[in-house]
Design a protein around this ligand. Structure first.
Ligand SMILES: Cc1cc2nc3c(=O)[nH]c(=O)nc-3n(C[C@H](O)[C@H](O)[C@H](O)COP(=O)(O)OP(=O)(O)OC[C@H]3O[C@@H](n4cnc5c(N)ncnc54)[C@H](O)[C@@H]3O)c2cc1C
Length: 417
């Protein structure tokens, strides 16, 4: 079958890999000059299958109110006259209950754990290198109340198949000696030994090369416009380089996916949540962490990518503005240097911002649509790198009419209808 994958981020490229391995004729289309140049470019680097708790929790609305107007708030809503934002917020609020949170965690975890296994297989099948580290993820806490509140979730997640260990402050420092500078302020941590980290952009670029070697055609610099329909099917998509045809189409356009689907009458509740990262060259090996970290206090993540340290965080709901705010970038850099003084060369720091394709329930949209040859692999929010291989494998099974290895209930667009 001729399958056209729309989007060459980490999701589009992994989709192409599994499709071509299944024997399809695959074309990937993207407006950028290469793969992984938008949200997949400089994310937090974590394969955090054990940390899939969505943003929508019973505590979030209260926290968001507390953060209102604070320049250093990890979650910021720019109140603007944008119906898509308001509709998204209402759905988000509806997901802030214990019952919905439990359902959403189960769905996200099902896909994330599957994905981590598929990534391991892909790594051994291809030998791909992307500064991968398999040293686990350590979630550190500096506030005793937040720590206490996080502990019941450890039990819930462990019951669902995670391995998460509650450890004291000393054990955190034994695991990651670079934390020694904040010994007095740490109250404890939660360690997930099976989680990983790595450079999502390097992975996407190398996997695209592998795909090209397997026969996938990449068409870069092509702006995708409206889909063309006939007899209830998608015949093609209009682009600035002419119409692109195919037997089947997979939408992997990240935050821009709803814009393509709107003319088809498909409402996809994905809204861009802007995040920032700072990447700096490691100045002193002993002062920069090797274990990937989540700092609960500022909702920031840290990953060691070879001789670089990446710090990432914040979520701003400000529409499709992906400009890099110097203030937000400097805030992240400041927090990184506070936690790991002297770890990196601040003068060489690179600031970046990207738009997380966020669904209100924190679960991506992977599956069919009412058009029999149009499929969705999008809306991965904070977990696109974590879930890329599992989502790619699943969508290839669905497109090819095969039986997916894990249940797909609750992952498709029908849950929003
Ligand atoms: C600050 C930050 C930190 C993060 N940290 C992590 C982390 O630690 N772990 C994790 O798992 N995830 C993390 N994420 C999330 C992860 O990066 C995303 O979920 C993932 O990159 C989404 O991939 P994608 O392929 O769906 O989107 P993208 O990478 O944005 O790809 C979509 C592609 O579609 C193309 N496109 C869009 N519209 C058009 C059009 N009209 N025509 C042609 N091409 C088009 C774009 O050019 C782009 O290449 C983070 C995100 C951010 C912002």
């Amino acid at each position: 079958m001729r399958v056209t994958v729309l989007g060459a981020g980490v999701i589009g490229v992994t989709t192409a890999y599994y499709l071509v391995r299944d024997g399809h004729e695959v074309t990937v289309v993207d407006r950028q000059p290469g793969p992984g140049l938008e949200t997949s470019f400089a994310n937090g680097g974590q394969i955090s299958a054990n940390h899939v708790t969505p943003w929508a929790t019973p505590a979030t609305p209260w926290k968001a109110l507390k953060w209102l107007g604070r320049a250093d708030a990890p979650l910021r809503f720019h109140l603007r006259a944008d119906p898509a934002l308001w509709a998204w917020c209402l759905r988000f609020l509806a997901n802030c209950t214990h019952r919905r949170m439990g359902i959403n965690i189960e769905r996200a975890l099902r896909l994330a754990l599957y994905s981590r296994g598929e990534l391991a297989k892909l790594r051994s099948d291809t030998g791909i290198r992307y500064d991968a580290l398999t040293r686990g993820i350590l979630h550190i806490f500096r506030n005793a109340r937040d720590y206490r509140e996080a502990l019941p979730q450890v039990e819930l997640m462990n019951r669902l198949g995670c391995v998460r260990r509650v450890i004291d402050a000393e054990a955190c420092i034994d695991l990651e000696p670079a934390l020694a500078g904040v010994r007095d302020r740490l109250v404890g941590g939660i360690f997930s030994p099976d989680d990983e980290s790595g450079d999502a952009h390097a992975f996407t670029v190398r996997l695209a090369e592998i795909c090209a070697g397997l026969g996938v055609v990449f068409r870069y610099g092509v702006r995708i416009g409206k889909p063309v329909t006939a007899a209830g099917r998608i015949e093609g998509v209009e682009t600035n380089g002419g119409r692109l045809d195919g037997d089947a189409f997979v939408v992997a356009l990240g935050s821009y996916s709803p814009l393509l689907l709107k003319p088809l009458g498909i409402g996809l509740p994905i809204y861009p949540a802007k995040g920032y990262s700072v990447t700096l060259p490691v100045a002193d090996e002993g002062l920069a962490p090797m274990v990937s970290l989540i700092d609960d206090e500022f909702k920031m993540v840290y990953s060691r990518l070879g001789d670089r340290l990446r710090a990432a965080g914040t979520a701003e709901f400000a529409g499709y503005d992906d400009s890099v705010s110097e203030v937000r970038g400097r805030f992240i850099l400041g927090k990184a240097l506070e936690l790991f003084p002297g770890c990196g060369d601040a003068a060489e720091a690179q600031f970046w911002a990207g738009l997380r394709p966020s669904t209100p329930d924190g679960v991506p949209v992977v599956g069919e649509t009412r058009y029999p040859n149009l499929f969705l692999n999008t809306g991965h929010g904070t977990l696109g790198w974590t879930m890329a291989c599992g989502s790619g494998r699943l969508i290839a099974d669905i497109v090819g009419g095969g039986l997916p290895e894990i249940p797909i209930a609750g992952l498709g667009i029908e849950r929003f209808s």
